[in-house]
Design a protein around this ligand. Structure first.
Ligand code: NDP
Ligand code: OXD
Length: 312
């Protein structure tokens, strides 16, 4: 890595300045630039972006790696990215810790009936609800990737009865693992609180639909932290109104933000947060990216390399 190598950062500029400090300290030979200050486009070998610039191949003919500044990569048009340029998603301790906090908070809130108590307080009602032990509460996580596994690792410690569902078979301590579409019904039938931590792909788009809600036990809770396009809003509203879904905590919607007056804004059984479940932390993210650049130089596999055929 030498002076004629530019690392271009195209995301929140305030956080970009923290990335710049890490690069200045740990890789002073790299010319770190924050969009739109791109310098000589021919020198841009590495690009970290939340959303890729247009005509990426044409503009940056010497690009060697595209890093996503987020864990998800659905915002990129993979067809517009030259086949020889690897796309690497963000796996860094800050984003994992943030997601663990948010999902643990949400599962505990549902487990201990906090949404119901908020409604009762608004009515000045002092009405204790039955407390269920954690081991009697079945939590199921859709997606057993870097985030799903971390979340389950922490939920287990509370004693919840934990399961997870992914494409390929896995073995995780204390977690009943299900794999593939043929196991989805069995996984849902044993899930009182469903957490969605899937990536958005052609296969997973719209997965949170009536078909899934109906397969859950009556009154199940939903924690959705994947992507807005996973969720069929009309099906969720119908399931909430029928009581099939008891409560929903949604961090992601489609579109973001929801339009004014959208029924999810004010639904009494929905808690909404503005896509804040987890955020890439600049200090740790920049270090992880630099580690990947060193791996690239040594010819080692990149951590978080996206499999374009799978779409995640
Ligand atoms: P990973 O790529 O590490 O894991 C994805 C998991 O989903 C894998 O277990 C994979 O299965 C499984 N999966 C993918 N497709 C299918 C399918 N068709 N059927 C069953 N399982 C499937 O992703 P991460 O854990 O790092 O992140 C997950 C998602 O979380 C991101 O893509 C993003 O959308 C969302 N996210 C949301 C944030 C927020 O603030 N709300 C913040 C960060 C991420 P297998 O293991 O078999 O490959
Ligand atoms: C991500 C996100 O994918 O913040 O990192 O949603």
């Amino acid at each position: 890595m030498h002076q004629d190598t530019t690392f271009l950062y195209k995301a929140d500029p305030v956080r970009g300045r923290d990335w710049a400090k890490v690069f200045a300290r740990e890789a002073p030979g790299i010319d770190f630039r924050i969009w739109p200050d791109i310098g000589d486009p021919d020198k841009v070998r590495y690009l970290a972006a939340w959303e890729a610039p247009d005509r990426i191949a044409e503009r940056f003919p010497n690009l060697q790696v595209l890093f996503s500044t987020g864990a998800g990569i659905d915002q990129f048009d993979l067809d517009a990215l030259p086949a020889h340029v690897p796309l690497v998603r963000m796996i860094e301790p800050g984003i994992v810790d943030g997601m663990v906090e948010y999902v643990v908070f949400s599962v505990l809130a549902l487990h201990r009936d906090m949404p119901a108590y908020r409604r009762q307080q608004a009515q000045e009602a002092w009405r204790p609800l039955q407390v269920r032990a954690a081991h009697e509460r079945r939590v199921g996580v859709l997606g057993l990737g870097s985030l799903g596994q971390a979340v389950l690792g922490r939920l287990r410690l509370f004693g919840f009865d934990c399961a997870g569902w992914a494409r390929s078979p896995r073995s995780l301590e204390g977690v009943q693992c299900y794999a593939g579409p043929q196991t989805l019904d069995a996984f849902l039938a044993r899930t009182d609180i469903l957490v969605c931590l899937l990536p958005l792909t052609d296969e997973t788009s719209g997965v949170l639909s009536a078909r899934v809600f109906d397969a859950l036990p009556y009154g199940a809770g939903l924690v959705h932290v994947g992507r807005g396009q996973h969720l069929n809003d009309a099906d969720l509203l119908a399931a909430l109104d029928a009581g099939q879904i008891g409560e929903a905590i949604l961090d992601v919607t489609h579109p973001e933000p929801l339009p004014a007056g959208h029924p999810l804004w004010r639904h009494p059984r929905v808690w909404l947060t503005p896509h804040i479940a987890s955020m890439t932390q600049p200090g740790t993210a920049a270090r992880v990216v630099l580690d990947n650049l060193r791996r690239l130089q040594r010819g080692e596999p990149l951590i978080g390399l996206v499999d374009r055929a799978k779409g995640y």
